[in-house]
Design a protein around this ligand. Structure first.
Ligand code: AHG
Ligand code: MN
Ligand code: MN
Length: 337
């Protein structure tokens, strides 16, 4: 990354007019996420040196053990957004309920709510493998100046005004969309600045990578089993390559760059899938579509699902368009088996 590249700060200023509703508020919000991402990145990079790996001792509302970095990332993102009075509400994987953000004068005039998975792939922290942060932004639907309600969060994904992720990998990248394509920025850690390294990111129409935890094969539905067999057949451009990191952000990011499909299907033990609609699937689906890819629950478009609860789970098929369509074909064909 050279300083010839545009910085994220410059990009935000130049593109403010392209943001939906073109208010400075959304730019300020993206700026705050950029700041929190740098703080969390700094902590993650120290993970092996300080006592930050391992379980925090609590179980989140979804019955998962919270890791210390889950809690740390959640607190840092929340703190940054609340201190800047930039949103009127926050929902997070690590919070049982949504958080109402009140302004100093108890009258919050902000229009946006943010949902997040502050630390995605947390089982990878202790083993020095990539993790990420996912965020999703909506305009509130209830009147400005009143406390947010659940209605502001339970919006279909197609209403998103911005979404993105931060990948803490061999380098740290922030990738996001405001509905005008997808751009990726790489952090230069020496000076703490994100540079536009991946302008206009697009999914290849088809690819050669499939990312599924096949260990659960015996628990999958027939359509999924048949699709996995298809991936391994020697025919045409197959067999495909299997790649599964166990961090949605990292798996998605690789497939976005190389072409591929990521699937977290439903199974006997996870009848609704594992991933959460509001702060994992919807933001990734918005990015995928903006990059020319596709996202579905195996049958229908993710972004059209009307959410009914904050921590709702959904099966997730995302990536190169033709690959997602092929998987859907198998799901439809074996639907009743
Ligand atoms: P989180 O760490 O936020 O709970 O998310 C983990 C998710 C996702 O990132 C990953 O792809 C998937 O869980 C891995 O689940 P399995 O271990 O069941 O494959
Ligand atoms: Mn996650
Ligand atoms: Mn998480």
């Amino acid at each position: 990354m050279t300083n010839k590249n545009k910085t994220l700060g410059e990009y935000i200023i130049e593109n403010q007019k392209n943001f939906k509703y073109s208010s400075g508020e959304l730019s300020r919000l993206i700026n705050s996420i950029r700041l929190a991402a740098k703080v969390v990145n700094h902590e993650i990079r120290k993970a092996g040196l300080v006592d930050i790996t391992g379980a925090a001792g609590d179980i989140n509302i979804q019955g998962e053990a919270q890791q210390k970095l889950d809690v740390y990332a959640n607190d840092k993102f929340k703190e940054t957004l609340i201190n800047r009075e930039i949103v009127c509400g926050i929902a997070s994987e690590e919070e049982d309920d949504f958080v109402i953000v009140e302004g100093n004068n108890k009258k919050n005039e902000n229009k946006y709510v943010l949902m997040m998975d502050p630390l995605d792939g947390s089982s990878n922290i202790d083993v020095n493998v990539s993790v990420g942060t996912i965020f999703s932004i909506y305009r509130r639907v209830t009147p400005v100046g009143t406390p947010v309600t659940i209605e502001d969060f339970l919006q279909p994904g197609r209403n998103q005004v911005a979404a993105g992720y931060v990948a803490y990998g061999t380098s740290t990248m922030m990738v996001f969309t405001t509905g005008h394509g997808v751009n990726g920025f790489t952090l230069n850690p020496a000076i703490g600045t994100f540079y536009l390294s991946h302008p206009n990111m697009t999914f290849k129409e088809t690819g050669k990578i499939y990312s599924v935890s096949e260990g659960y094969f015996a628990h999958f539905e027939e359509g999924m089993k048949q699709y996995l067999k298809y991936c391994k057949l020697e025919e045409g451009d197959r067999p495909y390559t299997a790649r599964y990191i166990g961090s949605l952000v990292a798996d998605f990011h690789r497939n976005l760059i190389k072409g591929g499909i990521y699937i977290y299907p439903k199974s006997k033990t996870s009848p609704k899938g594992k991933l959460r609609l509001l702060y994992e699937c919807n933001p990734m689906a918005f990015i995928a579509e903006q990059a020319g890819g596709k996202a579905s629950d195996g049958y229908d478009r993710i972004l059209d699902i009307q959410p009914t609860e904050l921590h709702q789970r959904v099966p997730f098929y995302v990536g190169s368009k033709k690959m997602v369509e092929k998987a859907e074909e198998f799901m439809a064909k074996y639907k009743d088996q």
